[in-house]
Design a protein around this ligand. Structure first.
Ligand code: ATP
Ligand code: MG
Length: 566
Protein backbone atom coordinates (compact mmCIF):
# COMPACT_ATOMS: atom_id res chain seq x y z
CA UNK A 1 0.00 0.00 0.00
CA UNK A 2 1.30 3.45 -0.80
CA UNK A 3 1.57 5.98 1.94
CA UNK A 4 -1.13 8.28 0.66
CA UNK A 5 -3.44 5.29 0.31
CA UNK A 6 -3.29 4.65 4.03
CA UNK A 7 -3.84 8.28 4.87
CA UNK A 8 -0.31 9.02 5.87
CA UNK A 9 -0.74 12.76 5.64
CA UNK A 10 0.52 13.73 9.01
CA UNK A 11 -1.84 14.37 11.88
CA UNK A 12 -1.34 14.95 15.59
CA UNK A 13 -1.34 11.23 16.38
CA UNK A 14 1.25 10.38 13.74
CA UNK A 15 3.30 13.36 14.94
CA UNK A 16 3.14 11.95 18.47
CA UNK A 17 4.26 8.51 17.31
CA UNK A 18 7.14 10.08 15.39
CA UNK A 19 8.14 12.10 18.46
CA UNK A 20 8.08 8.97 20.65
CA UNK A 21 10.32 7.20 18.14
CA UNK A 22 12.71 10.14 18.19
CA UNK A 23 12.95 10.10 21.99
CA UNK A 24 13.00 6.30 22.02
CA UNK A 25 10.13 6.31 24.52
CA UNK A 26 9.00 2.79 23.66
CA UNK A 27 12.34 1.32 22.67
CA UNK A 28 11.65 1.91 18.99
CA UNK A 29 8.42 -0.08 19.02
CA UNK A 30 5.09 0.94 17.47
CA UNK A 31 2.24 -1.34 18.55
CA UNK A 32 -1.36 -0.24 18.01
CA UNK A 33 -4.61 -2.16 18.22
CA UNK A 34 -8.12 -2.12 16.84
CA UNK A 35 -10.40 -3.22 19.69
CA UNK A 36 -13.99 -3.85 18.52
CA UNK A 37 -16.64 -5.16 20.84
CA UNK A 38 -18.26 -8.07 18.96
CA UNK A 39 -21.80 -6.80 19.49
CA UNK A 40 -22.60 -5.72 15.95
CA UNK A 41 -21.20 -5.29 12.47
CA UNK A 42 -18.46 -2.79 11.71
CA UNK A 43 -19.41 0.48 10.05
CA UNK A 44 -17.60 3.21 8.14
CA UNK A 45 -16.68 4.89 11.45
CA UNK A 46 -14.79 1.78 12.45
CA UNK A 47 -13.04 1.92 9.07
CA UNK A 48 -11.60 5.28 10.11
CA UNK A 49 -10.18 3.68 13.26
CA UNK A 50 -8.96 0.62 11.34
CA UNK A 51 -7.16 2.73 8.72
CA UNK A 52 -5.61 4.83 11.47
CA UNK A 53 -4.38 1.98 13.66
CA UNK A 54 -3.28 -0.40 10.91
CA UNK A 55 -2.00 2.54 8.87
CA UNK A 56 0.31 3.78 11.62
CA UNK A 57 1.63 0.25 12.13
CA UNK A 58 2.32 -0.12 8.39
CA UNK A 59 4.01 3.22 8.04
CA UNK A 60 6.56 2.49 10.77
CA UNK A 61 9.18 -0.17 10.35
CA UNK A 62 8.43 -3.15 12.54
CA UNK A 63 5.06 -1.65 13.47
CA UNK A 64 2.30 -4.06 14.45
CA UNK A 65 -1.45 -3.65 14.82
CA UNK A 66 -3.40 -6.12 16.93
CA UNK A 67 -6.99 -7.13 16.35
CA UNK A 68 -8.46 -7.47 19.80
CA UNK A 69 -12.00 -8.45 20.56
CA UNK A 70 -13.17 -6.52 23.58
CA UNK A 71 -15.52 -9.30 24.59
CA UNK A 72 -16.33 -8.60 28.23
CA UNK A 73 -20.10 -8.40 27.97
CA UNK A 74 -21.56 -11.90 27.56
CA UNK A 75 -25.09 -10.60 27.06
CA UNK A 76 -24.71 -8.79 23.76
CA UNK A 77 -21.91 -10.62 22.02
CA UNK A 78 -22.04 -13.30 19.40
CA UNK A 79 -19.65 -15.37 17.35
CA UNK A 80 -21.41 -14.17 14.17
CA UNK A 81 -20.11 -10.70 14.92
CA UNK A 82 -16.56 -11.93 15.54
CA UNK A 83 -16.54 -13.61 12.13
CA UNK A 84 -18.00 -10.62 10.33
CA UNK A 85 -15.46 -8.27 11.94
CA UNK A 86 -12.55 -10.43 10.77
CA UNK A 87 -13.97 -10.63 7.27
CA UNK A 88 -14.48 -6.86 7.10
CA UNK A 89 -11.00 -5.93 8.38
CA UNK A 90 -9.44 -8.35 5.88
CA UNK A 91 -11.59 -7.03 3.05
CA UNK A 92 -10.49 -3.49 3.87
CA UNK A 93 -6.99 -4.74 3.12
CA UNK A 94 -5.43 -5.15 6.54
CA UNK A 95 -3.67 -8.08 8.11
CA UNK A 96 -3.19 -8.67 11.83
CA UNK A 97 -1.07 -11.77 11.23
CA UNK A 98 -0.83 -13.81 14.41
CA UNK A 99 -2.01 -10.88 16.52
CA UNK A 100 -5.60 -11.90 17.13
CA UNK A 101 -6.54 -11.46 20.77
CA UNK A 102 -9.57 -11.69 23.02
CA UNK A 103 -10.03 -9.76 26.24
CA UNK A 104 -11.81 -12.86 27.55
CA UNK A 105 -8.49 -14.70 27.38
CA UNK A 106 -7.31 -12.29 30.07
CA UNK A 107 -10.13 -13.00 32.53
CA UNK A 108 -7.92 -15.03 34.88
CA UNK A 109 -5.19 -12.37 34.89
CA UNK A 110 -7.74 -9.61 35.42
CA UNK A 111 -9.19 -11.52 38.36
CA UNK A 112 -5.75 -11.85 39.91
CA UNK A 113 -5.15 -8.14 39.43
CA UNK A 114 -8.48 -7.38 41.09
CA UNK A 115 -7.45 -9.54 44.07
CA UNK A 116 -4.17 -7.66 44.16
CA UNK A 117 -5.96 -4.31 44.38
CA UNK A 118 -8.16 -5.69 47.17
CA UNK A 119 -5.06 -6.79 49.04
CA UNK A 120 -3.53 -3.35 48.56
CA UNK A 121 -6.64 -1.81 50.07
CA UNK A 122 -7.49 -0.23 46.71
CA UNK A 123 -10.67 -2.16 45.95
CA UNK A 124 -13.67 -3.26 47.97
CA UNK A 125 -16.87 -5.22 47.67
CA UNK A 126 -19.94 -3.01 47.79
CA UNK A 127 -23.48 -4.14 48.59
CA UNK A 128 -25.46 -0.99 47.78
CA UNK A 129 -28.54 -1.58 45.68
CA UNK A 130 -28.87 0.35 42.43
CA UNK A 131 -30.82 3.18 43.99
CA UNK A 132 -28.48 3.71 46.94
CA UNK A 133 -25.50 3.37 44.61
CA UNK A 134 -26.76 6.32 42.64
CA UNK A 135 -27.45 8.36 45.74
CA UNK A 136 -23.98 7.86 47.20
CA UNK A 137 -22.43 8.69 43.87
CA UNK A 138 -23.56 12.30 43.92
CA UNK A 139 -24.07 14.40 40.79
CA UNK A 140 -21.93 16.52 38.52
CA UNK A 141 -22.39 19.45 40.90
CA UNK A 142 -22.55 17.48 44.18
CA UNK A 143 -19.67 15.32 45.43
CA UNK A 144 -20.48 11.71 46.30
CA UNK A 145 -20.18 10.20 49.76
CA UNK A 146 -18.34 7.13 50.95
CA UNK A 147 -20.61 4.16 51.40
CA UNK A 148 -20.38 2.00 54.54
CA UNK A 149 -18.84 -0.94 52.60
CA UNK A 150 -15.83 1.18 51.83
CA UNK A 151 -14.39 0.38 55.25
CA UNK A 152 -14.67 -3.39 55.00
CA UNK A 153 -11.49 -5.20 55.96
CA UNK A 154 -9.22 -6.66 53.32
CA UNK A 155 -10.00 -10.17 54.60
CA UNK A 156 -13.73 -9.66 54.34
CA UNK A 157 -13.36 -8.17 50.85
CA UNK A 158 -11.23 -11.10 49.70
CA UNK A 159 -13.75 -13.56 51.06
CA UNK A 160 -16.74 -11.82 49.48
CA UNK A 161 -15.01 -11.41 46.09
CA UNK A 162 -14.05 -15.08 46.06
CA UNK A 163 -17.65 -16.02 46.84
CA UNK A 164 -18.86 -13.68 44.10
CA UNK A 165 -16.74 -15.67 41.69
CA UNK A 166 -17.99 -18.95 43.16
CA UNK A 167 -21.53 -17.99 42.27
CA UNK A 168 -22.87 -17.70 45.83
CA UNK A 169 -24.70 -14.43 45.17
CA UNK A 170 -27.35 -13.19 42.83
CA UNK A 171 -26.84 -10.59 40.13
CA UNK A 172 -26.79 -7.10 41.60
CA UNK A 173 -26.17 -8.27 45.14
CA UNK A 174 -22.53 -7.23 45.19
CA UNK A 175 -20.03 -5.44 42.96
CA UNK A 176 -16.29 -4.93 43.29
CA UNK A 177 -15.28 -1.26 43.22
CA UNK A 178 -12.00 0.58 43.03
CA UNK A 179 -11.32 2.79 46.05
CA UNK A 180 -10.43 6.10 44.42
CA UNK A 181 -12.24 9.31 45.34
CA UNK A 182 -15.98 9.75 45.87
CA UNK A 183 -15.55 13.52 45.63
CA UNK A 184 -13.66 13.56 42.32
CA UNK A 185 -15.03 16.07 39.80
CA UNK A 186 -14.68 13.22 37.28
CA UNK A 187 -17.67 10.98 38.00
CA UNK A 188 -15.84 8.01 36.54
CA UNK A 189 -13.29 8.26 39.35
CA UNK A 190 -15.93 7.98 42.08
CA UNK A 191 -15.10 4.43 43.08
CA UNK A 192 -15.94 2.86 39.68
CA UNK A 193 -17.25 -0.67 39.45
CA UNK A 194 -14.58 -3.20 38.44
CA UNK A 195 -16.62 -6.41 38.49
CA UNK A 196 -20.29 -7.25 38.43
CA UNK A 197 -22.14 -10.53 38.79
CA UNK A 198 -23.66 -11.73 35.52
CA UNK A 199 -25.04 -15.25 35.37
CA UNK A 200 -24.67 -15.46 31.64
CA UNK A 201 -22.79 -17.77 29.31
CA UNK A 202 -19.98 -16.18 27.36
CA UNK A 203 -19.43 -17.09 23.70
CA UNK A 204 -15.85 -18.12 24.46
CA UNK A 205 -15.56 -18.92 28.15
CA UNK A 206 -18.94 -20.62 28.47
CA UNK A 207 -20.10 -20.87 32.09
CA UNK A 208 -16.65 -20.61 33.62
CA UNK A 209 -17.37 -17.15 34.97
CA UNK A 210 -20.32 -15.55 36.65
CA UNK A 211 -18.49 -12.30 37.38
CA UNK A 212 -17.34 -10.15 34.50
CA UNK A 213 -14.91 -7.19 34.47
CA UNK A 214 -16.11 -3.77 33.35
CA UNK A 215 -14.76 -2.15 30.19
CA UNK A 216 -12.52 0.24 32.14
CA UNK A 217 -11.01 -2.54 34.21
CA UNK A 218 -10.29 -4.51 31.03
CA UNK A 219 -9.20 -2.20 28.32
CA UNK A 220 -6.03 -0.63 29.72
CA UNK A 221 -4.90 -3.92 31.20
CA UNK A 222 -5.42 -5.69 27.87
CA UNK A 223 -3.33 -2.97 26.23
CA UNK A 224 -0.74 -3.51 28.94
CA UNK A 225 -0.62 -7.29 28.52
CA UNK A 226 -0.13 -6.86 24.77
CA UNK A 227 2.54 -4.17 25.27
CA UNK A 228 0.63 -1.68 23.17
CA UNK A 229 2.50 1.60 22.76
CA UNK A 230 -0.26 3.91 21.51
CA UNK A 231 -3.81 3.11 22.56
CA UNK A 232 -5.82 5.18 20.10
CA UNK A 233 -9.52 5.66 20.77
CA UNK A 234 -12.36 8.09 20.14
CA UNK A 235 -12.96 11.28 22.12
CA UNK A 236 -15.64 9.92 24.41
CA UNK A 237 -12.89 7.98 26.16
CA UNK A 238 -10.98 11.12 27.09
CA UNK A 239 -12.76 11.24 30.46
CA UNK A 240 -11.83 7.59 30.99
CA UNK A 241 -8.13 8.29 30.61
CA UNK A 242 -7.50 9.16 34.30
CA UNK A 243 -9.02 5.81 35.21
CA UNK A 244 -7.02 4.01 32.53
CA UNK A 245 -3.91 5.58 34.04
CA UNK A 246 -4.99 4.93 37.63
CA UNK A 247 -5.40 1.16 37.10
CA UNK A 248 -2.02 0.85 35.38
CA UNK A 249 -0.34 2.85 38.15
CA UNK A 250 -2.10 1.10 41.02
CA UNK A 251 -1.11 -2.28 39.60
CA UNK A 252 2.38 -1.11 38.71
CA UNK A 253 2.13 -2.64 35.25
CA UNK A 254 3.36 -1.62 31.76
CA UNK A 255 1.51 1.58 30.93
CA UNK A 256 0.57 2.41 27.31
CA UNK A 257 -0.35 5.93 26.19
CA UNK A 258 -4.03 6.52 25.46
CA UNK A 259 -4.65 9.09 22.70
CA UNK A 260 -8.10 10.28 21.64
CA UNK A 261 -9.34 11.50 18.27
CA UNK A 262 -12.70 12.67 16.92
CA UNK A 263 -14.99 9.92 15.71
CA UNK A 264 -16.35 9.95 12.18
CA UNK A 265 -19.84 11.35 11.73
CA UNK A 266 -21.42 11.19 8.31
CA UNK A 267 -24.47 12.99 6.93
CA UNK A 268 -27.67 11.12 6.00
CA UNK A 269 -26.78 8.07 8.03
CA UNK A 270 -26.33 6.75 11.56
CA UNK A 271 -23.03 5.51 12.93
CA UNK A 272 -23.73 3.73 16.16
CA UNK A 273 -24.08 0.02 16.52
CA UNK A 274 -27.10 0.46 18.78
CA UNK A 275 -28.90 2.43 16.11
CA UNK A 276 -27.88 0.03 13.37
CA UNK A 277 -29.26 -2.85 15.45
CA UNK A 278 -32.55 -0.93 15.75
CA UNK A 279 -32.68 -0.53 11.97
CA UNK A 280 -32.08 -4.24 11.43
CA UNK A 281 -34.42 -5.47 14.15
CA UNK A 282 -37.11 -2.94 13.29
CA UNK A 283 -37.17 -4.11 9.68
CA UNK A 284 -36.21 -0.69 8.33
CA UNK A 285 -33.54 -2.40 6.25
CA UNK A 286 -33.21 -5.90 4.82
CA UNK A 287 -30.27 -6.79 7.09
CA UNK A 288 -26.82 -5.74 8.28
CA UNK A 289 -25.60 -5.81 4.69
CA UNK A 290 -28.50 -3.90 3.18
CA UNK A 291 -26.77 -1.79 0.51
CA UNK A 292 -28.06 1.37 2.19
CA UNK A 293 -26.41 0.54 5.50
CA UNK A 294 -23.17 2.33 6.48
CA UNK A 295 -21.78 -1.02 7.60
CA UNK A 296 -18.69 -2.34 5.85
CA UNK A 297 -20.73 -5.32 4.69
CA UNK A 298 -23.47 -3.01 3.39
CA UNK A 299 -20.97 -0.83 1.54
CA UNK A 300 -19.34 -3.95 0.09
CA UNK A 301 -22.68 -5.25 -1.15
CA UNK A 302 -23.48 -1.82 -2.54
CA UNK A 303 -20.34 -2.04 -4.69
CA UNK A 304 -17.85 0.02 -2.69
CA UNK A 305 -14.19 -0.86 -3.14
CA UNK A 306 -11.78 -1.10 -0.19
CA UNK A 307 -9.54 1.34 -2.07
CA UNK A 308 -12.27 3.99 -2.10
CA UNK A 309 -12.94 3.58 1.62
CA UNK A 310 -9.25 3.80 2.46
CA UNK A 311 -8.92 6.84 0.23
CA UNK A 312 -11.84 8.48 2.04
CA UNK A 313 -10.36 7.73 5.46
CA UNK A 314 -7.07 9.25 4.34
CA UNK A 315 -8.71 12.38 3.00
CA UNK A 316 -10.88 13.16 6.02
CA UNK A 317 -7.80 13.11 8.23
CA UNK A 318 -7.66 12.77 11.99
CA UNK A 319 -8.53 15.63 14.30
CA UNK A 320 -9.20 16.34 17.92
CA UNK A 321 -12.45 18.24 17.39
CA UNK A 322 -15.81 16.69 16.55
CA UNK A 323 -17.14 17.31 13.06
CA UNK A 324 -19.40 15.77 10.46
CA UNK A 325 -18.31 14.74 6.98
CA UNK A 326 -20.57 14.86 3.95
CA UNK A 327 -21.61 11.49 2.58
CA UNK A 328 -21.09 12.99 -0.88
CA UNK A 329 -17.37 13.02 -0.17
CA UNK A 330 -17.38 9.28 0.42
CA UNK A 331 -19.33 8.89 -2.81
CA UNK A 332 -16.86 11.10 -4.63
CA UNK A 333 -13.95 8.87 -3.56
CA UNK A 334 -15.84 5.87 -4.89
CA UNK A 335 -16.74 7.54 -8.21
CA UNK A 336 -13.10 8.34 -8.77
CA UNK A 337 -12.08 4.75 -8.16
CA UNK A 338 -14.90 3.13 -10.16
CA UNK A 339 -14.30 5.50 -13.06
CA UNK A 340 -10.85 3.97 -13.39
CA UNK A 341 -11.83 0.35 -13.01
CA UNK A 342 -15.45 -0.32 -13.98
CA UNK A 343 -16.16 -1.84 -17.40
CA UNK A 344 -18.69 0.18 -19.41
CA UNK A 345 -21.74 -1.68 -20.63
CA UNK A 346 -25.18 -0.86 -21.98
CA UNK A 347 -28.07 -1.28 -19.56
CA UNK A 348 -31.58 0.10 -19.92
CA UNK A 349 -33.46 0.59 -16.67
CA UNK A 350 -36.88 1.72 -17.93
CA UNK A 351 -37.15 0.15 -21.36
CA UNK A 352 -39.02 1.68 -24.28
CA UNK A 353 -39.23 -0.46 -27.44
CA UNK A 354 -37.88 1.01 -30.65
CA UNK A 355 -38.37 -0.47 -34.12
CA UNK A 356 -36.00 0.70 -36.87
CA UNK A 357 -38.36 0.59 -39.86
CA UNK A 358 -35.73 0.66 -42.60
CA UNK A 359 -33.40 -1.89 -40.98
CA UNK A 360 -33.57 -5.41 -42.50
CA UNK A 361 -35.65 -7.91 -40.43
CA UNK A 362 -33.05 -10.62 -40.01
CA UNK A 363 -29.93 -8.54 -39.96
CA UNK A 364 -27.65 -8.41 -36.93
CA UNK A 365 -24.49 -6.31 -36.91
CA UNK A 366 -21.67 -6.46 -34.41
CA UNK A 367 -20.68 -2.99 -33.32
CA UNK A 368 -17.33 -2.25 -31.68
CA UNK A 369 -17.65 -0.80 -28.20
CA UNK A 370 -14.92 0.53 -25.91
CA UNK A 371 -14.74 -1.25 -22.56
CA UNK A 372 -13.18 1.54 -20.57
CA UNK A 373 -12.09 4.89 -22.02
CA UNK A 374 -9.96 5.41 -18.88
CA UNK A 375 -8.09 2.18 -19.47
CA UNK A 376 -7.09 1.38 -23.09
CA UNK A 377 -5.80 -2.02 -21.94
CA UNK A 378 -9.40 -3.03 -21.20
CA UNK A 379 -9.94 -3.28 -25.00
CA UNK A 380 -13.18 -3.45 -26.96
CA UNK A 381 -16.11 -5.80 -27.31
CA UNK A 382 -18.81 -6.60 -29.87
CA UNK A 383 -22.27 -5.23 -29.34
CA UNK A 384 -25.13 -6.74 -31.38
CA UNK A 385 -27.43 -4.30 -33.19
CA UNK A 386 -30.73 -5.30 -34.76
CA UNK A 387 -34.08 -3.96 -35.94
CA UNK A 388 -35.72 -3.95 -32.50
CA UNK A 389 -34.05 -2.16 -29.61
CA UNK A 390 -34.73 -0.85 -26.16
CA UNK A 391 -33.84 2.67 -25.16
CA UNK A 392 -34.41 4.48 -21.87
CA UNK A 393 -37.99 5.72 -21.54
CA UNK A 394 -36.82 9.05 -20.16
CA UNK A 395 -34.70 9.60 -23.28
CA UNK A 396 -37.90 10.28 -25.24
CA UNK A 397 -40.34 13.14 -24.82
CA UNK A 398 -43.26 13.69 -27.11
CA UNK A 399 -43.41 17.36 -26.24
CA UNK A 400 -39.88 18.30 -25.35
CA UNK A 401 -39.27 21.43 -23.29
CA UNK A 402 -36.36 23.76 -23.99
CA UNK A 403 -32.95 22.20 -23.49
CA UNK A 404 -34.23 18.65 -23.81
CA UNK A 405 -32.05 17.44 -26.67
CA UNK A 406 -32.84 13.76 -26.70
CA UNK A 407 -35.33 11.87 -28.84
CA UNK A 408 -38.70 13.37 -29.80
CA UNK A 409 -40.91 13.16 -32.90
CA UNK A 410 -38.96 14.14 -36.01
CA UNK A 411 -35.69 14.56 -34.13
CA UNK A 412 -32.46 12.69 -34.84
CA UNK A 413 -30.04 11.36 -32.20
CA UNK A 414 -27.01 9.10 -32.10
CA UNK A 415 -27.23 5.57 -30.75
CA UNK A 416 -23.82 5.08 -29.22
CA UNK A 417 -21.46 2.92 -31.32
CA UNK A 418 -24.31 2.28 -33.83
CA UNK A 419 -26.20 4.77 -36.00
CA UNK A 420 -28.02 8.06 -36.15
CA UNK A 421 -31.74 7.36 -35.86
CA UNK A 422 -34.72 9.65 -36.38
CA UNK A 423 -38.08 9.21 -34.69
CA UNK A 424 -40.82 8.94 -37.33
CA UNK A 425 -43.77 7.55 -35.39
CA UNK A 426 -45.07 7.11 -31.84
CA UNK A 427 -47.24 4.14 -30.86
CA UNK A 428 -49.55 4.53 -27.85
CA UNK A 429 -51.78 2.19 -25.89
CA UNK A 430 -55.45 2.81 -25.07
CA UNK A 431 -54.42 4.99 -22.10
CA UNK A 432 -52.39 7.24 -24.32
CA UNK A 433 -49.14 5.95 -22.95
CA UNK A 434 -46.23 5.64 -25.36
CA UNK A 435 -45.39 1.95 -25.82
CA UNK A 436 -43.19 1.95 -28.90
CA UNK A 437 -41.28 4.29 -31.16
CA UNK A 438 -40.66 3.87 -34.85
CA UNK A 439 -37.40 5.24 -36.18
CA UNK A 440 -35.36 5.20 -39.34
CA UNK A 441 -31.59 4.87 -39.38
CA UNK A 442 -28.95 6.38 -41.66
CA UNK A 443 -26.60 3.62 -42.93
CA UNK A 444 -23.94 6.27 -43.57
CA UNK A 445 -23.51 6.84 -39.81
CA UNK A 446 -22.32 3.32 -38.95
CA UNK A 447 -20.38 3.24 -35.70
CA UNK A 448 -22.20 6.38 -34.64
CA UNK A 449 -20.05 8.51 -36.92
CA UNK A 450 -20.96 11.85 -38.46
CA UNK A 451 -22.37 11.36 -42.01
CA UNK A 452 -20.64 12.80 -45.13
CA UNK A 453 -23.02 15.79 -45.14
CA UNK A 454 -21.63 16.81 -41.74
CA UNK A 455 -25.04 16.65 -40.01
CA UNK A 456 -24.78 16.93 -36.24
CA UNK A 457 -26.95 15.59 -33.42
CA UNK A 458 -27.11 16.91 -29.89
CA UNK A 459 -27.61 13.69 -27.96
CA UNK A 460 -26.08 10.24 -27.78
CA UNK A 461 -28.25 7.52 -26.26
CA UNK A 462 -27.51 4.09 -24.87
CA UNK A 463 -29.53 1.13 -26.09
CA UNK A 464 -29.67 -2.66 -26.20
CA UNK A 465 -30.77 -4.99 -28.99
CA UNK A 466 -34.08 -6.49 -27.85
CA UNK A 467 -33.58 -10.08 -29.08
CA UNK A 468 -30.09 -10.19 -27.58
CA UNK A 469 -30.72 -8.39 -24.31
CA UNK A 470 -30.76 -10.12 -20.97
CA UNK A 471 -33.54 -9.27 -18.56
CA UNK A 472 -32.27 -8.30 -15.12
CA UNK A 473 -33.49 -6.69 -11.92
CA UNK A 474 -32.01 -3.40 -10.76
CA UNK A 475 -32.20 -1.97 -7.27
CA UNK A 476 -31.73 1.76 -6.87
CA UNK A 477 -30.92 3.42 -3.58
CA UNK A 478 -31.21 6.84 -2.04
CA UNK A 479 -29.96 8.08 1.31
CA UNK A 480 -31.26 5.92 4.14
CA UNK A 481 -32.19 9.08 6.06
CA UNK A 482 -33.90 12.13 4.62
CA UNK A 483 -32.34 14.47 7.16
CA UNK A 484 -28.72 15.41 6.89
CA UNK A 485 -28.36 14.85 10.62
CA UNK A 486 -31.05 12.40 11.67
CA UNK A 487 -32.02 12.95 15.28
CA UNK A 488 -30.38 16.37 15.52
CA UNK A 489 -32.12 19.00 17.65
CA UNK A 490 -34.22 16.45 19.46
CA UNK A 491 -35.98 15.11 16.37
CA UNK A 492 -36.88 11.42 16.06
CA UNK A 493 -33.99 9.85 14.15
CA UNK A 494 -36.04 6.83 13.06
CA UNK A 495 -38.79 9.04 11.66
CA UNK A 496 -36.21 10.39 9.24
CA UNK A 497 -35.57 6.89 7.86
CA UNK A 498 -36.81 6.95 4.26
CA UNK A 499 -38.87 3.91 3.24
CA UNK A 500 -38.59 5.01 -0.40
CA UNK A 501 -34.81 4.88 -0.34
CA UNK A 502 -34.93 1.44 -1.96
CA UNK A 503 -36.54 1.10 -5.35
CA UNK A 504 -36.75 -2.16 -7.28
CA UNK A 505 -36.95 -2.21 -11.09
CA UNK A 506 -37.85 -5.80 -11.97
CA UNK A 507 -37.55 -5.59 -15.75
CA UNK A 508 -34.39 -3.98 -17.03
CA UNK A 509 -32.27 -5.04 -19.98
CA UNK A 510 -28.51 -5.37 -20.28
CA UNK A 511 -26.29 -6.21 -23.23
CA UNK A 512 -25.42 -9.91 -23.65
CA UNK A 513 -21.74 -9.52 -22.62
CA UNK A 514 -22.92 -9.12 -19.03
CA UNK A 515 -24.73 -12.44 -18.96
CA UNK A 516 -22.01 -14.34 -17.12
CA UNK A 517 -21.31 -11.73 -14.44
CA UNK A 518 -20.92 -12.95 -10.89
CA UNK A 519 -21.89 -11.52 -7.52
CA UNK A 520 -19.63 -8.59 -6.68
CA UNK A 521 -18.71 -7.77 -10.31
CA UNK A 522 -18.83 -4.04 -10.99
CA UNK A 523 -19.89 -2.20 -14.13
CA UNK A 524 -20.75 1.22 -15.34
CA UNK A 525 -24.07 1.19 -17.16
CA UNK A 526 -23.40 4.00 -19.59
CA UNK A 527 -25.19 7.18 -18.56
CA UNK A 528 -26.99 5.38 -15.69
CA UNK A 529 -24.36 4.87 -13.06
CA UNK A 530 -22.19 2.27 -11.43
CA UNK A 531 -23.76 -1.08 -10.71
CA UNK A 532 -22.63 -4.28 -9.09
CA UNK A 533 -24.06 -7.77 -9.16
CA UNK A 534 -25.93 -8.60 -5.96
CA UNK A 535 -25.68 -11.91 -4.16
CA UNK A 536 -29.44 -12.39 -4.65
CA UNK A 537 -28.71 -13.17 -8.33
CA UNK A 538 -29.68 -16.60 -9.66
CA UNK A 539 -28.82 -18.49 -12.82
CA UNK A 540 -32.13 -17.29 -14.26
CA UNK A 541 -31.89 -13.67 -13.27
CA UNK A 542 -29.12 -11.29 -12.39
CA UNK A 543 -29.80 -8.66 -9.75
CA UNK A 544 -27.87 -5.40 -9.90
CA UNK A 545 -27.43 -2.84 -7.15
CA UNK A 546 -26.87 0.68 -8.28
CA UNK A 547 -23.78 1.67 -6.38
CA UNK A 548 -23.97 5.31 -7.43
CA UNK A 549 -25.49 7.33 -10.20
CA UNK A 550 -23.31 9.32 -12.55
CA UNK A 551 -23.83 13.01 -12.29
CA UNK A 552 -26.86 13.63 -14.46
CA UNK A 553 -26.58 16.74 -16.62
CA UNK A 554 -30.32 16.86 -17.23
CA UNK A 555 -31.07 16.76 -13.52
CA UNK A 556 -28.62 19.63 -13.12
CA UNK A 557 -30.32 21.64 -15.81
CA UNK A 558 -33.69 21.01 -14.20
CA UNK A 559 -32.38 22.13 -10.85
CA UNK A 560 -30.91 25.31 -12.24
CA UNK A 561 -34.13 26.02 -14.16
CA UNK A 562 -36.06 25.63 -10.94
CA UNK A 563 -33.73 28.06 -9.23
CA UNK A 564 -34.32 30.58 -11.99
CA UNK A 565 -38.04 30.08 -11.42
CA UNK A 566 -38.80 28.95 -14.97
P1 ATP B 1 -20.66 2.38 18.33
O1 ATP B 1 -20.61 3.77 18.87
O2 ATP B 1 -20.99 2.30 16.88
O3 ATP B 1 -21.48 1.46 19.15
P2 ATP B 1 -18.33 1.50 19.59
O4 ATP B 1 -17.36 2.56 19.87
O5 ATP B 1 -19.15 1.01 20.71
O6 ATP B 1 -19.18 1.90 18.35
P3 ATP B 1 -16.42 -0.56 19.40
O7 ATP B 1 -16.58 -1.92 18.87
O8 ATP B 1 -16.20 -0.39 20.85
O9 ATP B 1 -17.67 0.25 18.94
O10 ATP B 1 -15.32 0.23 18.58
C1 ATP B 1 -14.07 -0.27 18.21
C2 ATP B 1 -13.17 0.87 17.90
O11 ATP B 1 -13.70 1.66 16.83
C3 ATP B 1 -13.02 1.80 19.08
O12 ATP B 1 -11.67 2.11 19.25
C4 ATP B 1 -13.83 3.01 18.71
O13 ATP B 1 -13.30 4.15 19.30
C5 ATP B 1 -13.74 3.01 17.19
N1 ATP B 1 -14.90 3.67 16.60
C6 ATP B 1 -16.20 3.38 16.80
N2 ATP B 1 -17.00 4.24 16.13
C7 ATP B 1 -16.18 5.10 15.48
C8 ATP B 1 -16.39 6.24 14.63
N3 ATP B 1 -17.62 6.66 14.30
N4 ATP B 1 -15.30 6.89 14.16
C9 ATP B 1 -14.07 6.47 14.46
N5 ATP B 1 -13.80 5.43 15.26
C10 ATP B 1 -14.83 4.75 15.78
MG1 MG C 1 -17.86 0.48 22.48
Amino acid sequence: MTTSDSGASSDFIRARVAEDLRTNKWGGRVVTRFPPEPNGYLHIGHAKSICLNFGIAQENEGGVCHLRFDDTNPCTEEIEYVDSIKEDVRWLGFDWGEHEYYASDYFEQLYEWAVELVKKGKAYVCDLDAEAFKEYRGTITLPGTNCPSRDRSVEENLDLFERMRAGEFEEGEYVLRAKIDMASPNMLMRDPVMYRILKASHHRTGDKWCIYPMYDFTHGQSDSIEKITHSICTLEFEVHRPLYDWYCEALGIYHPQQIEFARLNLTHTALSKRKLIDLVEGGYVTGWDDPRMPTISGLRRRGYTPEAIRDFCGRIGVAKADSTNEIEMLEHCLREDLNKRAARVMGVLNPLRVVIENYPEDQVEEMDAVNNPEDPAAGTRKLPFSRVLYIEREDFMEDPPRKFYRLSPGREVRLRYAYFVRCVDVVKDENGEVVELHCTYDPETRGGNTPPDGRKVKATLHWVSAPHAKEVEARLFGHLFKDKRPGANGTDWLASCDPDSRQVLPKCYVEPSVANAKAGDRFQFERKGYFCVDRDSTDEKLVFNRTLSLRDTWARVQRSEKRKGR
